[in-house]
Ligand binder design. Structure first.
Ligand code: BES
Ligand code: MN
Ligand code: ZN
Length: 490
């Protein structure tokens, strides 16, 4: 984590980030004459138009002044939001990183005082470095582009707590990114089990690990069918967070798709589609990450994290298209496509969790369909479900954290498409339309009467067009959304 300190005075040693506002063509600087003059001059010369997120670096070369100042516009300041601070501040931090400035200061204008958490999150998330497997010279050169220390220029004592909290959330987001970015020979089923056990030990959670024998006994035919072509046993990982005094409250159940690598199975993915399929455990990673945050954020609600973990691979015993399997719920499923494996592992995990934990809400998070990605791109996850209240608050948390959600329809027509010809259900149908809705409609068959929402994060979990506070590859999508949702839940 970035080492943080606070001071009321600007130090000349560090690069200074100076947030400014621009309203009706008028600039509001940081209130330090010599520094504000530098940007006022550039505004006059029309080098700086002040649109939100615009940055400009100045190099004063005057004693007593920082040798570099990065001005960044936060827009008009009146409607400042968490998301705006994330993206504008990140742009300024990118300039500092680019110039290999490892010691920085950030001036905190009073309008930013209530966004301490966003400052902390941005510092950590922007500093994330995905090239974890480099050695030698390249590794040390990458390290030079990371910020090490940050002084916040402020007199507001309350900022300490909120910035630290933001750092904790940002740092955990980076853990999630690490797990998702790790290749499938590193982030193995054993690795995920170890992580969840570790999280349980550190936080005093009850952790349950169901492996092949137990899964067979329970009759989790769908999870086991996906696992059959893998040399490694499937696992159902569960943590239980039950804060003191919450014994009688119904828990929130989070279920994360944990496909360690999705080859497609016998419906093998072609080149161009298979390469990044280690990302297919991003849902489970977000749920595990939330496990790490629950005690730190002192969440008041009981939360159960459920992660069905397996590879989707091929060998002589692997599931063949047309196989009919009995699910944990008892419904029979024809596996018409072995590449629609996510809904299978989720169906068994959710049916089990609903029965076992009688949840107030079930929220599943999954890199479920390419169709969702085609519809919504890399910015938005799809949200579908059977409870308006729940969907509404998830969308609100999405807007607040910039983990954006867009609702897609559930409709009886989609459920009809998932009916089997000679079995209760089929896991895919030949049509090419509304793939995200049909995936959700399949899962819906296993929800029973629970209140449920499904987040399809196939698009935003892994990015080729990173936002300012992201890097290419894993984003950690979902973690900050969950944290916000659970903190604001009544
Ligand atoms: N893991 C994939 C979905 C995916 C695609 C995630 C691209 C991230 C990026 C999922 O298991 C899958 O293969 N879905 C199929 C479903 C189809 C066979 C019904 C798809 O989207 O093509
Ligand atoms: Mn698949
Ligand atoms: Zn998959």
């Amino acid at each position: 984590m970035v080492s943080l300190s606070f001071s009321p005075k600007i130090s000349s040693k560090n690069l200074l980030i100076a947030p400014v506002f621009f309203h009706k063509k008028k600039l509001t600087g940081i209130g330090v004459k010599g520094i504000d003059a530098l940007i006022e001059e550039r505004v006059k010369e029309k080098d700086f138009s002040g649109h939100e997120g615009e940055t400009l670096a100045r190099f004063p070369e005057r004693s007593g002044m920082p040798s570099e100042i990065v001005f960044v516009s936060l827009g008009n300041g009146e409607k400042l939001t968490h998301a705006k601070v994330l993206s504008s501040l990140a742009k300024a931090l990118r300039v500092a990183q680019h110039h290999k400035k490892q010691a920085i200061s950030i001036f905190v204008p009073k309008q930013m005082n209530q966004f301490g958490q966003a400052i902390g999150e941005t510092l950590e998330m922007t500093n994330y470095q995905p090239a974890k497997f480099k050695t030698g010279k390249e590794k040390s050169s990458l390290a030079k582009h990371a910020i090490k220390t940050c002084v916040l220029i402020t007199r507001d004592k309350k900022l300490r707590e909120s910035v630290k909290k933001g750092q904790t959330i940002g740092d955990t987001t980076n853990d999630v990114r690490d797990w998702v970015n790790a290749p499938p020979n590193v982030a193995t089923p054993e690795f995920m089990e170890e992580k969840v056990r570790e999280i349980g030990k550190q936080n005093g959670y009850k952790v349950t690990v169901l492996k092949k024998k137990e899964l067979e006994k329970l009759g989790m035919g769908l999870l086991l069918a996906v696992n059959r072509g893998s040399a490694k046993e499937a696992r159902l990982l569960i943590y239980e967070y039950r804060p003191a005094g919450s014994e009688k409250i119904q828990p929130i159940v989070l279920v994360g798709k944990g496909i360690i690598f999705d080859s497609g199975g016998y419906n093998l993915k072609p080149s161009g589609y298979i390469e990044n399929m280690h990302l297919d455990m991003a849902g489970a990673a977000a749920v595990a990450g939330m496990g790490q945050l629950l005690t730190k954020l002192k969440i008041k609600h009981p939360v159960i994290g459920v992660m069905p973990i397996t590879e989707n691979c091929i060998d002589a015993t692997a599931t063949k298209p047309s196989e009919i399997v009995i699910s944990y719920s008892g419904k029979t499923v024809e596996i018409t496509n072995t590449d629609a494996e996510g809904r299978l592992v989720l169906a068994d995990a959710i049916a089990y969790a609903v029965k076992q934990y009688k949840p107030r809400y079930v929220i599943d998070i999954a890199t479920l369909t390419g169709a969702c990605m085609v519809a919504l791109g890399e910015q938005f996850a799809g949200v579908l479900g059977n409870d308006r209240e729940l969907i509404k608050s998830l969308k609100k948390s999405g807007r607040a954290t910039d983990d954006l959600l867009w609702e897609l329809p559930l409709h009886p027509a989609f459920s009809k498409a998932m009916k089997g010809e000679i079995s209760d259900l089929q896991n895919s149908e030949p049509g090419r339309y509304a793939g995200a809705s049909k995936g959700a409609a399949f899962i819906k068959e296993f929800i029973g009467k629970a209140k449920w929402a499904h987040l399809d994060i196939a698009g935003p979990a892994y990015t080729t067009m990173p936002k300012a506070y992201e890097q290419k590859r894993a984003t950690g999508f979902g973690l900050r959304l969950f944290a916000h949702f659970l903190e604001h839940l009544k």
